[in-house]
Design a protein around this ligand. Structure first.
Ligand code: GAR
Length: 191
């Protein structure tokens, strides 16, 4: 099973997935790293590790959607794993990979999802709401924001003295342990 990771930022989930593969916990192969951001930590990591990578945006390619599909075919990608990818997924990709695009969301769904809910906005909304439990959710990507079937969630207690940064740190640590487990369970070679 070949998977691609799409990431726009730091790339900590990318590293955690690659580490799980290397430990032998994730029976699958990280075959492509794609980013819309040439300066992302994700691409820096991919280059340093000798992974196949692609910088793809409206500036790099005249038809980025077509180029994306072509790259996935060229690398024989079976599963697309979004890990902090902040661009909209083209409909053509959702049609080409039905049920085979995953996302990790940094909060409970559906309550803390939807348009504009990403990154620290999610942690701010969780703190504002006064709920006791936060935590990441892995779901299948469909045409609607954050609304596909949920495959995994880790409850993370909200502490009395949490701020956005402290909650984000604990949620991301939970993401790093959740994402590979969900992929291994549902899509791994032995899954
Ligand atoms: C992660 O916390 C992920 O849940 C979030 O972006 C962060 C990326 O961190 N994704 C979203 O908000 C998507 N709606 P990383 O680049 O260190 O993996």
């Amino acid at each position: 099973m070949n998977f691609a990771v799409f990431a726009s930022g730091r790339g900590s989930n990318l590293r955690a997935l690659h580490a799980a593969q290397r430990r032998g916990d994730l029976p699958a192969r990280l075959a492509l790293v794609l980013s819309n951001n040439s300066k992302s930590g994700a691409l820096e990591y991919a280059r340093a590790e000798g992974l196949a990578w692609l910088h793809l945006s409206g500036k790099t390619h005249a038809d980025p959607d077509a180029a994306m599909l072509e790259a996935l075919r060229a690398h024989a990608i079976d599963l697309v794993v979004l890990a902090g990818y902040m661009k909209r997924i083209p409909d053509a990709l959702i049609e080409a990979y039905p049920g085979r695009i995953l996302n990790v969301h940094p909060g409970p769904l559906p309550r803390f999802g939807g348009h504009g809910m990403f990154g620290q906005h999610v942690h701010a909304a969780v703190l504002e709401s006064g709920v006791d439990l936060a935590g990441p959710t892995v779901h299948v990507v469909t045409g609607d924001y954050d609304e596909g079937p949920i495959l995994g969630h880790t409850p993370v207690p909200v502490l009395a003295d949490d701020d956005i940064a402290s909650l984000e740190r604990r949620v991301q640590a939970a993401e790093h342990d959740l994402y590979w487990r969900v992929i291994a369970q549902h899509f791994g070679d032995a899954g």
